[in-house]
Design a protein around this ligand. Structure first.
Ligand code: NAD
Length: 243
C-alpha cells in the first residue's frame, strides 16, 4: 500500500512516515510547503494522509476526489468554509477525519459515553487535562470532545460547564461539569474524567506519552479506508468498530 504524506516535514508528518515504515507501507510522496503535491503524486498513491495546516486540507481533498483516492485528515483548525469543501469532496471519496487518532483516546471517549449513561446524575463529573507548557489553547480539543460526549449523554448543553474555580464560588451544583486545564513540563497529553458519587468514584484516565500513538492510529485509519469504503466522512469510531 502506497501513501502520500502532506505536511511531511512537520512533527506529525515525520511520525506518520516512521509509523508507515514500521507497518510495511510504502511512502510514494512526501509533500510540504515548497514541495506541493501534484495530480501525478495523488494518482500514484493508494491513500493520502494530511497532517499539515488547515488551509491545505481542502485542496488535497479536492485532488483526491478528482483522482478517486481515499484520504485521512489529521490536521485541525479548519474554518467553516474549509470544512464545507472537505465535506463536498467526501461525496466522491471516503475520508477519515478525526481530531485525535490515538486508539486509546477513542476508546476513552467510548468508555466515558457509556459511564455517563450508566451512572445516574448523582455522579458529578469533572474533567482534568494536562499538557506541556507550549500549548496555547485551553481546554484541549480532546477535552472539548469529552465534554460534548458527557453533555450529550446527560442531555445538557454547554451552560453546565464550569471552567476552573477560584474564590468563594459556593457549593457545587449537581449538574455542573468542572473543567480544569493544567500546563507544565513536556506532558504530551493527559485526560481524566472523574465521576464522583456518594461514597464511590469512577475515574477514566488516558495518558499520551508520544506522538507515535497519533501516527499509528492514522496509519490504521489509512489501511481501513483503503478497504473499499463508500464515499463519506468517517471518524475513528468507525475505524475501531466502536459505533
Ligand atoms: P508542525 O507545525 O510540526 O507540522 C506541520 C507541517 O505542515 C510543516 O512541515 C509545514 O511546513 C507543513 N505545511 C504548512 N502549510 C502547508 C501547506 N499549505 N501544504 C503542505 N504542507 C504545509 O505541526 P504538527 O504538530 O505536525 O501538526 C500538524 C497538524 O496536525 C496540526 O493541525 C495539529 O493540530 C494536527 N494534529 C492532529 C493530531 C490528531 O490526532 N488528529 C495529532 C497531532 C497533531
Amino acid at each position: 500500500m502506497k501513501i502520500l504524506i502532506n505536511g511531511s516535514k512537520g512533527r506529525m508528518g515525520q511520525a506518520v512516515a516512521a509509523a508507515a515504515k514500521l507497518a510495511g507501507l510504502e511512502i510514494s510522496a512526501e509533500c510540504d510547503i515548497g514541495e506541493t503535491f501534484t495530480e501525478a503524486d495523488v494518482a500514484a498513491c493508494d491513500c493520502a494522509v494530511d497532517f499539515s495546516f488547515h488551509e491545505a486540507s481542502p485542496e488535497l481533498a479536492e485532488a483526491c476526489a478528482r483522482a478517486g483516492k481515499p484520504l485521512v485528515i489529521g490536521t485541525t483548525g479548519h474554518t467553516a468554509a474549509e470544512r464545507a469543501r472537505i465535506e463536498a469532496a467526501a461525496e466522491k471519496i471516503p475520508i477519515v477525519w478525526a481530531g485525535n487518532y490515538s486508539v486509546g483516546v477513542n476508546v476513552l471517549n467510548w468508555l466515558v459515553g457509556k459511564a455517563a449513561r450508566l451512572l445516574d446524575p448523582s455522579f458529578e463529573i469533572e474533567i482534568v487535562e494536562m499538557h506541556h507548557r507550549h500549548k496555547k489553547d485551553a481546554p484541549s480539543g480532546t477535552a472539548e470532545k469529552l465534554l460534548a460526549i458527557v453533555e450529550s449523554a446527560r442531555g445538557c448543553d454547554k451552560s453546565v460547564e464550569k471552567h476552573g474555580r477560584a474564590g468563594i464560588v459556593g457549593e457545587r451544583c449537581r449538574e455542573e461539569i468542572g473543567v480544569h486545564a493544567l500546563r507544565g513540563g513536556s506532558v504530551v497529553g493527559d485526560h481524566a474524567v472523574i465521576f464522583a458519587g456518594e461514597g464511590e468514584r469512577v475515574e477514566l484516565i488516558h495518558r499520551a506519552e508520544s506522538r507515535a500513538i497519533f501516527a499509528n492510529g492514522a496509519i490504521r485509519a489509512a489501511q481501513w479506508v483503503c478497504g473499499g469504503k463508500a464515499p463519506g466522512i468517517y471518524g475513528m469510531e468507525a475505524v475501531l468498530g466502536l459505533e
